[in-house]
Ligand binder design. Sequence first.
Ligand SMILES: Cc1cc2nc3c(=O)[nH]c(=O)nc-3n(C[C@H](O)[C@H](O)[C@H](O)COP(=O)(O)O)c2cc1C
Length: 318
Amino acid sequence: MTRDGLFACIDAGAGAVVAKSVNESAAARRQLDIADYAFVSPGGAVRPPGAARLGDGLLNRSGLAQVDLDEWLAVLSDGVAHGAPRGCPVIGSITLGEPSAAARIGRAMATVVPAVELNIGAPHGREAHAVRQLTEVDAVGEAVRTVRDAVDVPLFVKLPGQASDVVALARAARSAGADAVGLVGRYPGFLPDLDGGAVLGSWGAWSAPGCLPMSLYWVSKTRLALGPGVPLIGTNGARTADDVLRFLASGASAVEVVTALWIEGPGVIAELVAGLEGLDLAEFVGSALAGAREYAEVPPVRPPAWLPYTARLRSSGR
Ligand SMILES: Cc1cc2nc3c(=O)[nH]c(=O)nc-3n(C[C@H](O)[C@H](O)[C@H](O)COP(=O)(O)O)c2cc1C
């Protein structure tokens, strides 16, 4: 969200940096005043401030950058200038409010950045109307087309994870002109604190290592449905280099990481990038799909001896 933050990610070796989202709504900016973050241990305990670990979940409320568009374009422009000689594109981001306003902002952004990301999947959209989460094909098509028509640089569209058919949303985004599709936004979350209250005192957005297979479900299904020609950007649940590899093996050709960065700082980027060294990406992307079958194609499996209860169920035909 700051010039220094963008520079730090570029200097840490990120392949690209997506800047904080903006939109037209004053309410979305005010919402940043109630931003709050709870890092939650795998056992469900909220960590004291500063004690977060990489394996924690994050429940948070958040808002959008509190800057005027002109001021923001200047920050993006400085980021682009710093990133370009280091081979790191800086990408502008809009979290959807009204599609026509997103188009206007996207057109202005495209004068300074080499690509724009449109987030239509923010779970905060369920709690506050300053940002919108689109979960229906028609609405996705309409919003993406409106922004596409205004933006003359590549357009990436980030989709929600919580929709009945994310593959259909990806297809709609692509048909409406998205150059790449981001899969998937965080999930809405709620966590009682067991003292009679709720962590953060509200609902929030949830990301955790356990979200990884849920994100990979949609990445892999979308890769199969749309084919290797449609670039997918994986997000939600990558904390380690192995997680990044799992996104790639499922069909993503880039991976967006945020919570790990919040916990570890920009240094984590260098570790994630180092984990990809020597990898033949063209070969590796989507490689897990060769070993994945529809249920109907899976041959009968012998129940393992250590699962007596399951074996009993099978022999009784259940
Ligand atoms: C504190 C915080 C702020 C975020 N702000 C934005 C944002 O402004 N725009 C956006 O598209 N996504 C935003 N995200 C979502 C991330 O881009 C990312 O998709 C999500 O956190 C899942 O990836 P992760 O598991 O690596 O965190 C934010 C996430 C966090 C944790």
